[in-house]
Ligand binder design. Structure first.
Ligand code: SAM
Length: 334
């Protein structure tokens, strides 16, 4: 359905758990996070029910995220059930890849074809510094397994933070020369660990692009403004190395170049709140309505309200940097 700003809202991201097997410095607070009780998390039946209602409001694309969605028990059953839902045209999943090697075959059998994997460093020590765990080798094996099985496209996401991993931008980009991956660089946002976010640690997509093009020119493939491609590529501006490459390179610049005018998504948080903008703390307690016995029509009205009230745009960068997000990314889902 169209929101009040004439954007076609057709994509939902569902955070199915706030639990994660990594502790990325930018995602979670440095102090131990209080995790949600099991009863606070939506059950699989509830998630399926809500997705069905969302489909009736024009949603056709579903992404599972978290926390890490692969740590939740029986996630493959949920994937299979969503893939079978009438009206769901596309299902995808975002993971850190730690459990991918063992789970990729079952996920593929369940109907998943597209997967995004977060990978912020190719250096084992640095990976451990960023994520709190020595699990780089597992993740690389998971990516390799997903490729062998036939997942396509495999999108590899790197959040770039000055002074932490900007020196690895080119190494990541070069992976696209020989592998059919989309290597996507994401600007660090002041969400999650707001103590870490400081203006001087911000590294823009423009700066990332300069590092890469100093090595070899990039040819533009598509932009987020292209609505025919926008739904496939999301907000990424896509490029390829000149002279030919197996994969692609994408830039996602929520800070330096808002893509709000083409935003097509809403979110359900791990504790069942409908959130129509990553940067807005406005939420609708859809779980409470569901558990209070709300009818499908009542729930549909809540989705409509969420979509209609979707802000035209997030705060501009100057305000964004001062923003105190009411949640951490592990519960919103990124
Ligand atoms: N655990 C999964 C993963 O690692 O991909 C899914 C959840 S994670 C919250 C989803 C995405 O959000 C990841 O690509 C992560 O890098 C990104 N993310 C988290 N905090 C961020 C921040 N402050 N700025 C930019 N991206 C962030």
């Amino acid at each position: 359905m169209l929101d009040l700003h004439q954007r076609q809202i057709n994509y939902i991201r569902v955070s199915i758990t706030d639990k994660c097997n990594l502790k990325c410095i930018y995602c979670q607070p440095p102090k131990k996070l209080r995790q949600l009780e099991r009863s606070q998390i939506l059950s699989y039946e509830e998630i399926l029910h809500l997705i069905q209602i969302a489909v009736r409001c024009g949603i056709s694309k579903v992404r599972l995220t978290g926390g890490d969605p692969l740590v939740r028990k029986d996630v493959t059953k949920l994937v299979e059930a969503i893939a079978r839902l009438e009206g769901v045209r596309d299902i995808s999943l975002t993971t850190n890849g730690v459990l991918l090697e063992q789970m990729a075959p079952d996920l593929y059998k369940a109907g998943l074809r597209r997967i995004n994997i977060s990978l912020d460093s190719l250096n084992r020590k640095k990976y451990q510094d960023i994520t709190g765990h020595d699990r780089l080798i597992q993740v690389l094996r998971g990516i390799q397994k997903a490729r062998e099985i036939g997942f396509f496209p495999i999108k590899i996401n790197m959040v770039v933070i000055r002074g932490i991993n900007e020196d690895e931008v080119l190494d990541l980009a070069k992976l696209s020369l020989n592998y059919p991956f989309h290597i996507r660089f994401i600007e660090f946002m002041p969400l999650g660990n707001s103590q870490l976010w400081q203006e001087r640690q911000f590294f823009s997509c423009q700066q990332i692009k300069e590092i890469i093009t100093a090595y070899r020119p990039l040819i533009p493939l598509a932009t987020c403004g292209d609505s025919s491609l926008g739904s496939e590529n999301g907000p990424a501006q896509l490029f390829q190395f000149e002279g030919g490459a197996a994969g692609k390179i994408g830039f996602i610049s929520p800070m330096s170049n808002h893509f709000c005018s083409t935003c097509n998504r809403i979110r359900i948080t791990a504790d069942g709140k409908l959130r129509s903008c990553l940067f807005s703390s406005q939420e609708i307690d859809i779980k409470a309505a569901l558990r209070a016995g709300g009818s499908d029509d009542e729930l549909r009205q809540l989705f409509i309200k969420g979509i209609e009230n979707k802000p035209a745009s997030g705060p501009d960068r100057s305000r964004l940097s001062a923003l105190k997000c009411n949640r951490f990314m592990n519960s919103i889902g990124g």
